[in-house]
Unconditional design. Structure first.
Length: 151
């Protein structure tokens, strides 16, 4: 038996537990192979008293600087704020506004003609969070970000 200590342990609302190893992208090939071997063998947690518990996590994933960007961090902060500031009426209005759109369009295009740009921006971030709207490329979400409706 070998030990590998993951950098983070993420517990989701539904109870799923994911161990996250954070490494530089140069190490991703070697780490991916290691994590696949760990997945195949199963997960064991080592307690402080030296005992072990099997099935401690549901999955293990690798994260590199390509996923953990400043843009991703800023987007996550903005989406968490949008969740706290949710306005259901504006969310429903924004959802209706994008429902019949097709192709690609800019985030800023969806702000035109709305009554309150702040509320609409919050609603659009929530639509991205819920997977109704998809960003075309990774990076910080701003008015020039290309979006499409998930079909």
């Amino acid at each position: 038996m070998r030990e590998h200590i993951c950098d983070f342990c993420v517990v989701f609302n539904d109870g799923e537990i994911v161990a996250v190893a954070v490494k530089h992208v140069q190490k991703s090939e070697v780490m991916t192979e290691l994590l696949e071997r760990i997945k195949a063998e199963g997960y064991v947690r080592k307690n402080k008293n030296g005992t072990t518990k099997s099935g401690a996590v549901n999955d293990i994933r690798l994260m590199t600087e390509r996923e953990a960007t400043y843009g991703a961090f800023e987007n996550a902060e903005r989406i968490l704020r949008a969740r706290r500031m949710r306005n259901d009426a504006e969310f429903n209005s924004a959802c209706d506004a994008v429902r019949n759109l097709s192709g690609r369009f800019r985030f800023g295009d969806l702000l035109r003609g709305c009554e309150n740009r702040g509320l609409r921006r919050t609603a659009l971030l929530l639509l991205i969070d819920e997977g109704v709207l998809l960003t075309e490329t990774p990076g910080r979400i701003d008015d020039l970000t290309m979006l499409m409706v998930r079909r």
